[in-house]
Design a protein around this ligand. Structure first.
Ligand code: KG4
Ligand code: ZN
Length: 349
């Protein structure tokens, strides 16, 4: 059963659509309101402090905390936006990919909200939402190529239209953010360690040979498992020999080994496929070395390279509201009460 079917039809082609976005796929509980022109509110309650003591996200604890936080976060998003309940035109929610229990909290809440007010419900793919964050800050129109680099994904995607996404390549194993977090944990940095590795790398040198760069990427598949093992072996060997590890040098060497082949792959693919613009998205898109390297390589290749400001790189609901708006404007993504969470939701290839 679809919700607000007729109302959804009426939204097609409209420039102003007030969308309530809801995000709960991992450890951020978030709600935001976007009207097609302005981001009216963007509320994020992070659970990082709760999970840090376990060294990573504990799925069941994440779900419980989403349940506790989400109603208040939705109220705050509407209140901050100055939008009354009956002014909302559609509800957009991340239904995958992510932690199944965590996703279900957002999906159930969005369904309840849409059902109670007979509003259209739009199911949003988290990866596509990350990309959509770029529309908020840049004058951007498809076609373009996107690199989504986060804790769960390293995906290179062709964006042919506002609602047309095609996977070009992705990780064969671990995601880049996962590798950052594992390296951080290995050297005793708190979860999530990506940003700490980034900070430490700035004062280090890329002088530790970890893995031969070219072997990271084959046929469009990107692998971070080998690189992670190389760091583990390096650290264990050094510890066994009683040698001190230069943490900034290790962070810099790992960052370069993780970023250089990826940036080379993305720029080469973009040039080969004739794209003029490449956008970065996802938590790792806030990495300073990735941003600098992509900007530099993009410039050399004559590409326009864009990335969101750091707060819009990590998980948020603003990107979900924007993705929902773009879908509703073109009549895509209407979901029913049977919308389910899909933990391994992908972008079609
Ligand atoms: O997009 P995101 O918030 O969640 C997922 O969809 O996975 O990304 C979180 C990931 C974490 O692995 C975190 O360590 C990483 O992004 N991250 C960074 C930086 N800031 C966040 N990794 C490298 N450098 C950063 N500055
Ligand atoms: Zn994410």
């Amino acid at each position: 059963m679809y919700l607000g079917n007729e109302k959804f039809e009426a939204l097609k082609g409209r420039e102003r659509i007030v969308v309530l976005g809801i995000e709960s796929s991992c450890d951020e509980t978030a709600a935001a309101v976007y009207d097609g022109r302005t981001l009216l509110s963007d509320i994020v309650a992070s659970q990082i402090d709760i999970h840090a003591r376990f060294g990573g996200v504990v799925p069941e604890i994440a779900s419980r905390n989403h349940t506790l936080a989400l109603p208040g976060i939705i109220d705050r998003a509407l209140h901050t936006a100055g939008v009354k309940q009956d002014e909302v035109d559609a509800v957009a929610v991340t239904y995958g990919a992510g932690l199944i229990g965590a996703l279900l909290v957002g999906v159930s809440s969005a369904k309840a909200y849409a059902y109670a007010r007979d509003l259209p419900l739009v199911g949003v793919n988290h990866i596509e939402a990350h990309i959509a964050a770029n529309y908020l800050e840049h004058d951007l129109k498809p076609p373009f190529m996107a690199l989504v680099a986060s804790g769960g994904h390293t995906s290179v995607i062709e964006v042919a239209g506002y609602n047309q996404y095609k996977l070009i390549g992705s990780t064969a194993d671990d995601a880049i953010g996962e590798a950052f977090d594992k390296v951080a944990r290995l050297i005793g940095l708190p979860y999530p360690g990506g940003a700490s590795v980034d900070r430490l790398a700035k004062s280090g040198r890329d002088c530790i040979p970890l893995v031969k760069h070219k072997k990271n990427i084959t046929d469009g598949l990107i692998s971070y498992s080998g690189l992670k093992t190389a760091v583990v072996n390096y650290v264990h060997t050094a510890r066994q020999r009683g040698e001190e590890i230069d943490v900034p040098d290790l962070c810099a060497s790992f960052t370069h080994a993780a970023v250089d082949p990826l940036a080379a792959f993305v720029t080469a693919e973009a040039a080969r496929r004739g794209f003029e613009t490449v956008v970065l998205a996802g938590g790792v898109a806030s990495n300073s070395y990735l941003r600098a390297t992509m900007a530099e390589r993009g410039k050399a290749a004559g590409l326009r390279v864009l990335f969101p400001s750091p707060a819009l790189c990590t998980d948020n609901a603003a990107m979900v509201a924007v993705r929902g708006y773009l879908a509703a404007r073109e009549g895509y993504g209407l979901a029913g009460l049977d919308l389910n969470a899909v933990s391994n939701l992908r972008v079609p290839s």
